[in-house]
Write a protein that binds this ligand. Structure first.
Ligand SMILES: Nc1ncnc2c1ncn2[C@@H]1O[C@H](COP(=O)(O)OP(=O)(O)OP(=O)(O)O)[C@@H](O)[C@H]1O
Ligand SMILES: [Mg+2]
Length: 337
């Protein structure tokens, strides 16, 4: 299939949406959210603009997110966001309808496929192709996906983790878990509630995860003071969390990913499993930026993990490479209409 200049790749994630245009690279990397008018329910803005609008006038607008745990939860909202993106990348010219490649779970169900294809077409795509996320992540991470050897990649996003073994241009085994960076944040909120009787906002929990992580989980001195609400009297309260006390809460949330990787190993043909063990399992996605994650997983599994360079954009850069045309064997990653 020959793709024209107006070929667009979209990685619509639970928290972020990233867009690549063939020949222009990644052009959009923004929150996957839309702002709608609280009174009328009408669309106001999408992506970064929506966040600006919500910050300036939080009473007039509400934030809607199209995806929940990697799946389209609000079709209307996904439509608004994709329409806005397609209009932006095609320079507002209604006639130049692009062909759109979207990232989806490996082996999507018929319902998932139909939903993604329909939302893309309704948003203004001329043709749509679905790219399986582990394949896109592996390509974006620089893995030689056409080599006969096996490579395992785990893309840890905000709401889902996609794990897959790629070999000879195809996905051999895969799994999708409904855990990611957001479940780690929820774990930290639960810890603050149970141990400090403090109700923490999602952003504060994320701040703890990112900032304390950067200082090292095992460093005794690392600590951070955040503000929340006292569960006893409902008043604002500040609490100091140390990295050391938080690390078990984080480990608990990471455990399902470790279990899934172990389980996937069990279904991987032995010769490919030995290739993976001889190299390293590649981590991609924003969630893989959690400090010390690769080390923790390597320690628990006894197999080496490494974080890909620029992990957040691996999937979208992988789609970008597919758009520019690769070996035809990779076409098995495409489900075109
Ligand atoms: N430095 C960091 N340390 C820890 N976590 C981080 C860091 N930077 C980003 N994250 C986390 O990465 C997640 C977002 O990752 P990403 O953008 O890949 O998700 P997404 O593609 O929108 O979601 P999904 O793929 O699950 O649908 C968030 O949960 C965020 O907290
Ligand atoms: Mg993602």
């Amino acid at each position: 299939m020959v793709w024209s200049y107006a070929d667009v790749g979209i990685d619509l994630g639970t928290e972020n949406v990233r867009v690549v245009v063939r020949g222009r690279g990644v052009v959009i990397d923004e929150p996957s959210a839309v702002a709608v008018d609280r009174q009328s329910g009408l669309f106001a803005a999408a992506g970064g603009q929506a966040e600006e609008l919500l910050a300036t006038d939080p009473y007039k607008f509400i934030r809607l997110r199209p995806l929940s745990n990697g799946a389209i939860a609000r079709y209307d909202c996904a439509l608004m966001l994709l329409r806005n993106i397609i209009t932006r990348v095609s320079g507002g010219r209604g006639l130049a309808r692009p062909r759109v490649a979207l990232s989806v779970a490996a082996r999507p169900s018929q319902v998932e496929k139909r939903t993604w294809l329909q939302v893309a077409m309704e948003s203004g795509a001329r043709a749509t192709a679905l790219v399986e996320a582990p394949m896109a992540a592996a390509i974006g991470a620089g893995v030689d996906v056409l080599a006969p050897g096996g490579n395992m990649v785990a893309d840890i996003g905000a709401g889902v983790t996609d794990i897959g073994v790629v070999s000879a241009g195809g996905i051999v085994v895969s799994d999708r878990l409904k855990v990611g960076g957001a479940s780690i944040d929820r774990g930290l909120q639960a810890y603050a509630r149970d141990s400090h009787r403090l109700a923490l906002g999602r952003r504060s929990a994320e701040e703890i995860k990112v900032k304390l992580g950067a200082q090292g989980w095992t460093t005794q001195e690392a600590s951070l003071t955040v503000h929340g609400r006292d569960l006893a009297d409902g008043l604002p309260k500040a609490a100091t969390f140390s990295a050391k006390e938080m690390s078990p809460a984080i480990e608990r949330q990471v455990q399902p990913v470790i279990d899934a990787v172990r389980c996937l190993f069990g279904c991987t043909p032995p010769e490919l499993a030995s290739d993976i063990a001889a190299t390293a399992i590649v981590l991609t996605g924003g969630g893989s930026r959690l400090a010390g994650l690769a080390g923790l997983m390597s320690e628990k599994m006894g197999v080496l993990f490494r974080v890909a360079p620029d992990p957040d954009t691996c999937v979208i850069r992988g789609i970008g490479e597919l758009l520019t045309g690769m070996d035809p064997r990779v076409t098995c990653a495409w489900k075109s209409v």
